[in-house]
Design a protein around this ligand. Structure first.
Ligand SMILES: Nc1ncnc2c1ncn2[C@@H]1O[C@H](COP(=O)(O)OP(=O)(O)OP(=O)(O)O)[C@@H](O)[C@H]1O
Length: 296
């Protein structure tokens, strides 16, 4: 069998597996999904949040990195998650993206897609994008080529080689360059960009794949104040069209992300579960939060 055919076969199997999730009696015991057919790439958010984590527990040698963690993110929401070192933020992202399997609990994408039954690559292909703390771009390629590659990412190797951008795709790359503030650097080698610009490029690459949910792990670590402000602007412009979960230590950045709407929810994690949730002002005034985190 040719590699192209094997790839096509694997894709078809994945699509079938995702579709199968509408069957009754699947994990999570959610009768609400009974008999519904899940189309590939379609996330059902009509009846609730885009991300639903319920009583997730993850243990490492008996130590609970996540301890009955329940968290719900609405479609189009920008949620900031803070918490001291070791609170479980990375482990939570690992569970959502299929890197770590929990001991117990439920994790749904929309109301029908059971994330705990999918592999990492399947989870990425149904629209959950993850940005790690360190930027990972193709350093030898230009900014434009990095975005072009991201656009082709779901094609097979051979199809990518012969793939030519059409007008609409060129326009999309142009719009993305504008959005991530790299229009003037389109032909620049990515390796020569500043740290902040590399972060934006990687975010742009994720966005080229049009994720429904973006998980961003400390996106402004190492950025200048100006870059941090621009990143806040960028995320605020994505809110509504995408759902974003931003894990961050930088409180100034959290302030910037919540400034337009002081009631915006912020979640504080501690020892593997939610310690407090509410507006930034509320959580900052919460005594338990002050004790374990902000008061340090
Ligand atoms: N693979 C592992 N094996 C053993 N312990 C682990 C493993 N992964 C995480 N832990 C522990 O689980 C706890 C939660 O870790 P996690 O990295 O999720 O926290 P975090 O909130 O992301 O912390 P930080 O802000 O420092 O990145 C920590 O005490 C960590 O030492």
């Amino acid at each position: 069998m040719t590699p192209e055919l094997m790839e096509a076969g694997a894709k078809a199997r994945e699509a079938a597996e995702v579709r199968k999730q509408g069957n009754p009696g699947q994990s999570g015991g959610r009768a609400a999904s009974y008999g519904r057919v899940v189309e590939e790439g379609v996330v059902d958010v009509v009846h609730g949040p885009i991300l639903y984590l319920d009583e997730i527990t993850v243990s490492f040698d008996g130590f609970k990195a996540l301890n009955d963690l329940s968290l719900y993110i609405d479609a189009g929401e920008l949620r900031c998650i803070i918490g001291p070192n070791g609170a479980g933020k990375t482990t939570m992202m690992d569970v959502i993206t299929g890197k770590t399997r929990p001991d117990s609990g439920k994790a749904f994408f929309g109301s029908t897609i059971d994330l705990l039954r999918l592999r990492e690559n399947q989870i990425a292909s149904i629209g959950i994008g993850r940005k790690f703390q360190k930027p990972t771009v193709f350093e030898q390629l230009s900014v434009f080529e990095n975005l072009e590659l991201a656009l082709k990412a779901d094609r097979g190797v051979k199809a990518s080689m012969f793939f030519r951008l059409n007008g609409e795709q060129l326009d999309r790359i142009g719009a993305m360059l504008q959005l991530i503030h790299l229009k003037d650097s389109a032909q620049r080698t990515a390796g020569l960009l500043s740290h902040g610009q590399k972060q934006w490029l990687e975010i742009g690459m994720l966005l080229m794949q049009d994720p429904k949910l973006l998980l961003l792990d400390e996106p402004v670590a190492g950025m200048t104040d100006e870059e941090t402000e621009r990143t806040a602007e960028l995320f605020l412009s994505l809110e509504g069209n995408h759902s974003l979960v931003v894990v961050e230590h930088d409180m100034k950045f959290i302030h910037e992300l919540t400034r337009d709407n002081p009631a915006k929810k912020v979640t504080v994690l501690h020892e593997g579960s939610v310690l407090a949730e509410g507006s930034l002002a509320d959580v900052q005034a919460n005594e338990k939060v002050v004790e374990v985190y902000l008061g340090r």
